[in-house]
Design a protein around this ligand. Structure first.
Ligand code: GRF
Length: 207
């Protein structure tokens, strides 16, 4: 993956729902903690709150429904093209509830980040806080990782641990994790856009 230092500043954020992580990114950019611009927010679901948050911040929004495409790859190509058309350099999945194929990564080319509500590699997939409570772990958390073709398995950029408390449900634990996601995601995006890193095997390390 080429390292571009200063030019990795144009973000594309992909969303599907509530958009609280998008709001955290917008706030971090406003505070200059994240030196980047969100060029576009794309949702695969119409009418979601994330689109309202983007519009309120004056960010271009685009709804690209995933339904009605002949193949998954056709949708992923259209998504990558929409990002290219806006000169997006780094993609951030912020509650984008759709799996991207390797075709997306081939066409887009640049770094793609995802925030996931577990300490990966534990509890990939859906309802990770619920999985963590059911499993009885004592520590949960969140992970920001680079996206690869394998679900929730790419190089880990940053993680934050959160205690699991007696009486926690998936919902109460998810809420505690979400507070940390809102800190972790902007910091991890800032780390990636700053450059000076490389991938060593499956590890994200300083260059
Ligand atoms: C977050 O918990 C994120 O980790 C997961 O989906 C949720 C999105 O929340 N991938 P929001 O839309 O950012 O509020």
């Amino acid at each position: 993956m080429p390292e571009l230092q200063v030019s990795w500043r144009r973000l594309g954020v992909l969303v599907s729902g509530r958009g609280s992580n998008l709001q955290a990114l917008i706030a971090a950019i406003g505070r200059r903690e994240l030196e980047a611009t969100i060029a576009v927010v794309i949702s695969n679901v119409p009418g979601v709150a994330a689109l309202d948050h983007a519009a309120a911040a004056g960010i271009e929004t685009l709804v690209l429904p995933h339904t009605g495409w002949p193949r998954r790859e056709a949708y992923d190509e259209a998504l990558a093209e929409a990002l290219h058309a806006r000169n997006v350099e780094v993609v951030c999945l912020a509650g984008f509830m759709r799996r991207l194929s390797s075709r997306f990564l081939e066409v887009f080319q640049g770094p793609v980040l995802n925030v996931h509500p577990s300490l990966l590699p534990a509890f990939p997939g859906l309802d990770s806080p619920g999985q963590a409570v059911a499993h009885g772990v004592k520590v949960a958390g969140c992970t920001v990782h680079l996206v690869t073709a394998e679900l929730d398995a790419g190089p880990i950029v940053a993680q934050t641990a959160v205690p699991v408390l007696p009486g926690d449900t998936g919902e109460t634990l998810a809420a505690r994790i979400l507070v940390e996601e809102h800190r972790l995601l902007p910091a991890a995006v800032a780390r990636v856009v700053a450059g000076g890193w490389r991938i060593d095997g499956r590890r994200f390390v300083d260059a």
